[in-house]
Design a protein around this ligand. Structure first.
Ligand code: SF4
Length: 453
């Protein structure tokens, strides 16, 4: 998760937080200067994530506090409720917000002003300088400064893998209005995580709200995949998801699904006019899902459950793997990415193995073993970034050498592990998460793709 939470937590004297059990009333956790206090949050319960953040900063009297919180979706145990941190960074996928909601834990606020002990500060600083110099010398970084992740919209349109109209199409006729060039015109400023020179996030205004985003996946699922062609409408829907505390990918996927259900006459939308392209219907549905009202109650447990309830053959166009709504790449002509989706531990999530660029490079119609090997490599290497608590983008997009991560690890901890050792640990994590899936009932036959693909 982006933002400042990790830095503040470490400066407050903690490496991590484990929350056991559940409270019988709403609470928040306030961590500061080596102390962790559980405080009453009944005055915050029912409020949006962004509102909660602002109120907690006021209440605790410090604008620099980092806050992660849940919105009404997390409180109502929506299956894809997320945790929002520092105005627009998310633990987005697979319902982590519902986990906090089930514990009645509204928020965790943290502030630390202590020194962070580093085993070899000189080596750390030298390596950081080298990596920043390398990143800022790359020609590609200019597109990240200008457009951030939104540049992927134009790329996906060109590659015909841009999900549109509930994955019925892989190109969107209005892509030029919702992509990188559009955000470059609309953005107010660039936003960065702690000490990152890429500054890939873009702040824009929509309907009077300041929104950090949208980014690629959000522009797909609140844009092309629901047929919405206005960047401002997408950004406002993004703001609603942040405030309500919902993953933009799953929420948008559910709305596209119900739009297709309506198109096929499988549901009565009660006059909501839930048709592709209707942004107002998207806004209303987002609220209805978060509060489990009307059609929203039908959708709040995810697309697999919604298709079971609606029936009528709707499971044929319920786009999920293992119950998780598919991320923003159409994989019908992308075998490596398709394999990555099918075999991902948590369901079809792009961050487990972003293999589609390899499909484009190696040939979309190639089914060679090299693609299998590449997917396995990516799946094994990517947990490394989660273990280190760092962003993948400098490696994926600007080619920062993995050896640099070995150097950072050694400089920070003083532990002499090689890159090979770190990668073995990363592979173990992936195998462990697959094993947990097995214990929870997943089997090989669950490694499969939605019927539409
Ligand atoms: S590249 Fe990663 S760390 Fe840098 S601003 Fe973007 S999300 Fe944050």
């Amino acid at each position: 998760m982006g933002g400042m939470f990790g830095v503040e937590l470490k400066q407050a004297g903690f490496d991590g937080v484990v929350v056991e059990g559940a409270s019988d009333r709403p609470v928040y956790l306030w961590i500061h200067d080596g102390i962790a206090e559980i405080r009453d949050a009944s005055h915050l319960w029912g409020k949006g994530s962004l509102t909660t953040e602002a109120e907690l900063r006021r209440e605790l009297g410090d604008e620099s506090i980092s806050v992660m919180s849940i919105g009404p979706a997390g409180e109502n145990l929506v299956a894809f409720a997320c945790i929002t941190c520092d105005y627009g960074n998310q633990a987005g996928r697979a319902g982590m917000g519902a986990v906090m909601g089930s514990k009645r834990l509204k928020a965790i606020a943290v502030r630390g002003e202590g020194e962070v002990p580093v085993a070899d500060p000189k080596a750390m600083e030298r390596l950081y300088r080298q990596v920043v110099d390398y990143m800022t010398s790359r020609e590609e970084i200019k597109a990240w400064w200008e457009q951030g992740l939104m540049q992927v919209i134009e790329w996906a349109q060109e590659a015909s893998c841009l999900p549109s109209y509930n994955f019925k199409d892989a190109r969107f006729e209005w892509a030029h209005l919702i992509g990188g060039e559009a955000i470059a015109r609309a953005k107010v400023k660039d936003v960065s995580c702690y000490l990152c020179p890429m500054a890939c996030k873009k702040l824009m205004r929509a309907r009077g709200r300041a929104v950090v985003g949208p980014e690629y996946e959000t522009a797909v699922f609140l844009g092309s995949n629901v047929g919405v062609s206005s960047l401002e409408d997408i950004a406002y829907a993004n703001w609603l998801c942040d405030e309500l505390g919902m993953d933009t990918i799953s929420a948008g996927a559910l709305i596209a699904f119900i739009m297709e259900c309506r198109e096929r006459g499988l549901v009565d939308d009660g006059g909501l006019d839930v048709r592709f392209g209707n942004a107002e219907a998207v806004f209303r549905l987002l609220e209805m899902i978060a509060y489990r009202r009307g059609l929203g109650a039908l959708l709040a447990d995810g697309v697999r459950e919604a298709a079971k309830r609606i029936g009528g053959g709707s499971e044929r166009f319920a786009i999920h793997v293992k119950g998780l709504e598919v991320s923003g790449y159409d994989v019908r002509a992308a075998p490596a990415m398709a394999l990555a989706y099918a075999t991902a531990d948590i369901g079809a999530h792009h961050n487990r193995a972003w293999a589609i660029t390899y499909d484009v490079k190696a040939g979309r119609d190639s089914y060679g073993e090299d693609k299998v090997r590449w997917v396995i490599y990516l799946q094994h290497v990517r947990p490394l970034f989660d273990c280190l608590g760092v962003c993948r983008l400098p490696w994926v997009e600007l080619g920062v050498d993995l050896k640099a991560y070995e150097g950072f690890y050694r400089a920070a901890t003083g532990v002499d592990l090689s890159l090979d050792d770190l990668l073995k640990a990363s592979e173990r994590v992936y195998n462990l998460t697959r094993s947990i899936g097995y214990v929870r009932g997943l089997r090989r036959e669950d490694d499969w793709l939605p019927r539409r693909f």
